[in-house]
Every structure is written in C-alpha cells, then in structure tokens.
Design a protein around this ligand. Structure first.
Ligand code: ATP
Ligand code: MG
Length: 402
C-alpha cells in the first residue's frame, strides 16, 4: 500500500457495507462490479484515477479528490466516501495529519470530537487512539471544548493494515448493492412520480433495469410520452456511461377496443394494468428480464387496492415487484426530490380513459368476461408489432429510432 512514512497522500476512501456479509467468492465478485461501476462513473466525468482495494476499503488516487468523492457517493453499493489523508499506520503520523487537517478546518471557539478506529488488536485500542489524537489537537489549538455527543467539528482517525487514515468530511452514499449484481428487471415507466422512484430502488439493490412505456395515443395527455422520456433521462444519471433503454408501445388500439366493446368503465383501470403487465411480460422474455417493476402503491388510487392488485398480478406468471407498495406519497415525493426525478413542471398528463368511479374490487370473473370480448392476444400482437426504442445516457436521449 502506498502510505508514505513522512508524506501524507490525499486519496478518496470508499466504504461499502452489506457486501461484507457475503461469502468470500460472492464478495469478490460484487467488489469487482463495484470497481467497474465506479470506474465508469469517473470516466463519464473525465476524471483520471488509479485504484487500490485493500481489505474492506477502496482507495482512489486522483487529482480531483473532492469531485471524485461526490461522484462515487452516487454509485450503488457505496456506504460513504471521504477525502482522506493516508499516512503510515503509526499513532504519531496519524496525530500529525489530524492536527494539520484540524488547523485548516476548525474555527474556535467550538466543540470537537475525534473518532478513533483500529483494525488490529495490538497497541492502542480505538478509544485510546481517539484520546491520543484529541489531546494533541486540544493542546495545540486554543478555544476548543471536547463534545463527544454533538460536536461542531468531527475528525476520524483509523489505523488499518493499509495505513493510517484521517478525514473530517463524509459524503453519504446510497447504500444498496452494486449495479449488475442482481439480474435484469423491466420497469413500467410512466410520466408520474412513483414509477421512476420504484425503478431507482431496484437499481439501488443491484438490478439492471430496462424500461417500457405504454403510449395511450389520443387517450393519453399531450405531455405524457415526453415526460416519461424525461424520467428515463433522469434515471440514466444513476448509471453513468451505460445507456438505459426504453421500449415505447403505441397502445391506442387497446383503449379503442375497451370503448368499442363497451367494457364497463369501472373495470378500465384494472384491465389497463393487466394489459400493461402482459406487454411487459412479453418484452421481459425478449430482453432477458426476470421480473416486472411498477410504482404501484397500496391504496394510492382505486385500482391499487389489495383486491385489485391481486387480479392485476394474475395477468402474468412473471413476478411483479412493487418497491413502493407500503410508501406514503410524501415519502415517495421526498425520495423523488432527493434522487432528482421529481419534475416540477406539470403539463397535460391526464389519462382520458380513467372513469369517474373505478372498481375497487374487480372480480376475476368480471375481468375475464370483459377481456374475452376484446381479443387480448390479437391486441398484444398488434401493438407489439409497432414498438419504438429510445435510449438515454448521462441524462440525455442518445438514440430515438422508429
Ligand atoms: P406513477 O405511479 O409512476 O406516479 P401514475 O400515477 O401515472 O404514475 P398509476 O396509475 O399510479 O400511474 O400506475 C401505476 C403504475 O403503472 C405506475 O407506477 C407505472 O409503473 C405503471 N404505469 C402507469 N402508466 C403507465 C404507462 N403509460 N406506461 C408504463 N407504465 C405505466
Ligand atoms: Mg401512481
């Protein structure tokens, strides 16, 4: 490891959490994916870097440390990042580096705390290390008070096999698992707030996600398709350098058929969601997706009662994952703001097929009877025959082909 005895090095330290719980082969596989994803994120930003990955940590050597720490904190699987000083694994070296950092960043009078941590069992324990460094800072800088509970300034010192580590700022990560570790899922993406958040949660847990948008044509508001594409662009910012693809299915014929066959309006929402799942199931097969993701949420709208969700799920054998099922709307909105998918502007996002009184407990028999009138297999074939694809990368649509 590159810890110089006299020369502290500025490096970015990356911590990852849940990966520790895995068996060794799985852990190494996941760390490999994490390194790949971090490298791609830095390449997308044009940052040159070099990596070392001693036990339990990743160190990134780069000239653009703070920017790197911020970018890498967005990579799924990362618990936090920080810009740290890497020195020899000796108490005096750690003390000197901590003192230098504190002198730069501390503004007395103020309260402070030193958090010590030791990887091995010999020598000072974690608390002693903290006290040793803390008293050096206290003696050298007038006007300080120790406050271990709620300090205004906090500095972290670690003694690890790879060296002594000192830092005073953390960039909280997203947690989760490295992208690509959990297989691929297909997300039904609308112009709304929920479905991008649902997709993001699955991405955070390591899923690769492909997208499908069902375009209702004249039944959908004028801004629906463009807003779904904007949602795709925002989500692409979470997987830098990797194009995310969305299939757009022109499904006007389905809504026309509901009208033509005089299907009870109250059943429309459930039939619509079943049709969407069937489309997604067909596309999943084609694209190697193992599950379908939706932004559905218990009780949010009439079509999302438990009774209706059961009837909706029954349309396909492909597992349907609903990451937001128990979220309150306010929680979803908060998360949407945090991850950058909350779109302030509102256009015409209405669905013109929604009835005044949707069924809250559509029965399987009523649904089957309605679908038999509509030739669902024929409609599926027809709409899937004219799909379009779009791709987004680094926040922009990069491919828009018929
Ligand atoms: P969201 O739930 O994303 O805010 P919404 O409120 O317009 O959008 P709902 O009627 O709540 O949509 O639909 C529930 C879920 O069905 C959505 O979260 C999404 O996964 C899926 N969905 C709805 N409309 C579409 C569409 N036009 N294309 C693809 N998926 C859709
Ligand atoms: Mg919704």
């Amino acid at each position: 490891m590159a810890a110089g005895k006299t020369n502290p090095k500025t490096v970015v330290m990356v911590r990852y959490g849940e990966l520790f719980l895995k068996s060794d082969p799985v852990k190494y596989h996941f760390i490999g994916l994490l390194l790949r994803n971090i490298r791609q994120a830095l390449e997308a930003a044009g940052i040159d870097s070099r990596f070392e990955s001693p036990r339990g940590r990743i160190f990134i050597f780069t000239d653009r440390a703070e920017e790197t720490a911020r970018i890498v904190s967005r990579v799924f699987g990362v618990v936090d990042t920080n810009v740290c000083q890497l020195v020899a694994a000796e108490p005096d070296a750690v003390r000197d580096a901590a003192l230098a950092l504190a002198k730069k960043h501390i503004h007395p009078p103020c309260t402070f705390a030193v958090r010590g941590k030791r990887q091995y069992k010999t020598g000072m324990n974690s608390q002693e290390l903290g006290e040793y460094v803390g008293s050096a800072i206290y003696d050298a800088i007038p006007g300080l008070t120790v406050d271990l509970t709620n300090p205004e300034y906090e500095i972290f010192v670690e003694m690890r096999e790879c060296g002594g580590i000192v830092y005073d700022e953390r960039f909280p990560g997203q947690g989760g698992l490295p992208g690509g570790s959990q297989g691929k899922a297909l997300a039904l993406l609308s112009s709304g707030i929920d479905s991008p958040v649902a997709a993001w949660l699955a991405m955070k847990r390591g899923c690769e996600v492909a997208f499908v948008h069902v375009d209702g044509g004249r039944w959908a508001g004028n801004d629906v398709k463009a807003t779904a594409m904007e949602n795709l662009c925002r989500l692409s910012l979470w997987c830098p350098q990797q194009p995310v693809q969305m299939t757009i299915v022109p499904a006007e014929a389905f809504y026309d058929a509901m009208q033509k066959e005089k299907i009870q309006p109250r059943l429309r929402c459930v039939l619509c969601k079943r049709f969407m799942l069937r489309l997604a199931a067909r596309l999943s097969l084609k694209e190697g997706c193992l599950a379908i993701l939706t932004g559905e949420n218990l009780g949010q709208v009439a079509s999302q009662t438990l009774a209706n969700l059961a009837v909706i799920s029954d349309a396909t054998a492909v597992p349907v994952l609903r990451p937001l099922i128990t979220y309150d709307k306010a929680e979803t909105v908060d998360l949407a703001r945090k991850i950058g998918t909350f779109l302030g502007k509102q256009g015409d996002l209405a669905c013109r097929a929604v009835p005044k009184m949707p069924a809250t407990a559509a029965t399987a028999d009523a649904v089957r009877e309605a679908e038999e009138k509509m030739d669902i297999p024929g409609l599926l074939d027809a709409v899937l025959a004219s799909i379009e694809y779009v791709s987004a990368e680094n926040g922009k649509i990069v491919k828009d082909c018929q």
